[in-house]
Design a protein around this ligand. Structure first.
Ligand code: AHR
Length: 502
């Protein structure tokens, strides 16, 4: 019952793009207001940013941060969020049935990224729901043109002398979804995205553009949507987006623990669709994947909450504030493994979202901020998952699931850093049994185990809360040895593991 694989530096998947560890800030619930931004909070800086949250965002190690939505962007006027804060309009946010004060906008977002640090990169979505090419160009010019035009001078007059240098842009959000304000058919959106992309490249040929793929693999239009959209945009865009959220349904934890099986199949289906269009166009260009929304999300619960929510357009309501268990963190770790295993095609991935809204970081208005269970696997992968992904082909015992058939108990990947050290990321999906693991490493010059960190708990439903914010965290696993080129370890039941070797 031992799981085994071999690591050899001659067999790699590809380099990890740092943007694989991206995240997402949407004007939704309390992600912005009382999340990252809360003037008057005891830790707030002069810009109203919560420095306790900034510290946690740095520790999380997130890179590209997508903004301002999500469904929100499809009704958003970017001009509302620039200029003197007390002159900004209050607006209805149709997507989340809230009131948006616009006290936080483009300049505050860029200020936030700059304070997070050099690893944080902007990823800005344009509104292709209620707006179009002209407004996208105006935003691009306001944000990126150095000086000397009406829009760039407006930015300077607003206090931002330096252009924002936004390179990465999303052409709308989930335009295939009937819930999306300004929802379109694939033909309509494909043409619209192509025209927007063409115009944005006229201003700056170096922009990186993401076309909307399907909002989930379960959409009726999935794959046909991507094929149609890419037929219009293939030469004009760099990436196509994927979104996926997973949750435990009807107590079927075995299937939930195998969620990454679905994620990997989704990625492979989108790669096949992109390459099919490329083949038809006789193009040598390869479209990359931007998995710009992914997470565990108890969506059924959110839908029930929405059905009974007051309809009085609240400001910063508590929406989508999922509390994550150890089990959720193990699944999230497995989703990270899935992304890394496809690093040859997935260049961007955004954990949705960053604070309060289905997030690894929680805050209380006026009160503390804390790490959810899901914080730990993300922070560890973002820190140690840098370099070349090695080709890992596990030979593992399996277990039966209702949703995904027979599934390997071990889900694993390994990343080799430029200095030759290796990080193995591994999940044991068994709810009850420890899983012995052996890794043959003869081809690598490794001599010692630096660390074996595990996230597991006697109570798989344990979580960190306002009342008990440090209940769950990773611990050091014992007994892991590297002898004669073979690593041996035991993975605790229902566990996320990081084994670092030097
Ligand atoms: O992340 C929450 C929402 O999920 C986003 O606004 C939307 O794009 C997706 O449906």
């Amino acid at each position: 019952h031992t799981a085994r694989f071999t690591l050899d530096p001659a067999f790699t998947v590809g380099p990890v793009d740092p943007r694989l560890f991206g995240s997402f800030v949407e004007h939704l619930g309390r992600c912005v207001h009382t999340g990252i931004y809360e003037p008057g909070h005891p830790t707030a800086d002069e810009a109203g940013l919560r420095t306790d949250v900034l510290g946690l965002v740095r520790e999380l190690g997130t890179t590209a941060i997508r903004y301002p939505g999500g469904n929100f962007v499809s009704g958003y006027k970017w001009e509302d969020g620039v200029g003197p804060a007390d002159e900004r309009p209050r607006r209805l946010d149709l997507a989340w049935r809230s009131t948006e004060t616009n006290r936080f906008g483009l300049s505050e977002y860029i200020g936030f990224l700059r304070k997070v640090g050099p690893q944080a990169e902007p990823m800005m979505a344009v509104n292709l729901g209620t707006r179009g090419v002209a407004e996208a160009l105006e935003l691009q010019e306001y944000a990126n043109h150095p000086a000397g035009t009406e829009l760039s001078e407006r930015r300077i007059a607003h206090g931002d002398e330096q252009p924002f240098g936004i390179r990465l842009w999303c052409l709308g959000n989930e335009m295939d979804g009937p819930w999306q304000t300004g929802h379109k058919t694939a033909e309509e959106y494909g043409r619209f995205a192509a025209e927007t992309a063409r115009a944005m490249r006229q201003m700056d040929p170096a922009v990186e553009l993401v076309a909307c793929g399907s909002s989930s693999r379960g959409m009726d239009t999935f794959a046909a949507w991507e094929a149609t959209v890419l037929s219009e945009t293939y030469d004009l865009v760099d990436h196509v987006s994927l979104h996926a959220y997973y949750e435990e349904v009807d107590g079927d934890r075995d299937s939930f623990l195998a969620s990454a099986v679905d994620m990997e199949a989704f990625i492979e289906a989108v790669v096949a669709t992109c390459d099919h269009v490329g083949a038809r166009l006789k193009s040598s260009k390869r479209i990359s994947l931007s998995f710009d929304e992914w997470n565990v999300w108890y969506q059924r619960r959110s839908a029930e909450e929405a059905a009974t929510a007051p309809l009085d357009w609240p400001e910063a309501p508590r929406l989508l504030e999922d509390s994550y268990s150890v089990t959720d963190a193990v699944v999230l770790g497995s989703l990270l493994v899935a992304l890394l295993r496809h690093a040859d095609r997935v260049s961007i991935a955004c954990l949705a979202q960053l604070v309060n809204v289905i997030a690894p970081i929680m805050t209380e208005p006026g009160g503390p901020a804390w790490r959810q269970t899901t914080f730990f696997p993300f922070a560890q992968a973002a820190r140690h998952g840098r370099g070349q992904v090695l080709d890992v082909r596990p030979d593992s015992p399996t277990y039966a699931t209702k949703e995904h058939g027979e599934v390997p108990l071990l889900h694993a990947t390994a990343v080799r850093a430029p200095d030759g050290t290796v990080a193995v990321f591994a999940v044991n999906r068994s709810q009850t049994e420890p899983l012995p693991l052996e890794i043959a490493l003869h081809a690598l010059e490794l001599s010692r185990v630096v660390e074996h960190s595990a996230l597991a708990d006697e109570d798989p439903d344990a979580r960190n809360t306002l009342a008990d914010p440090e209940r769950v965290g990773p611990h050091r696993a014992t007994g892991t040895r590297l002898t004669d080129g073979v690593l041996s370890a035991v993975l605790e039941p229902l566990s996320w593991n990081v084994i670092r070797l030097a």
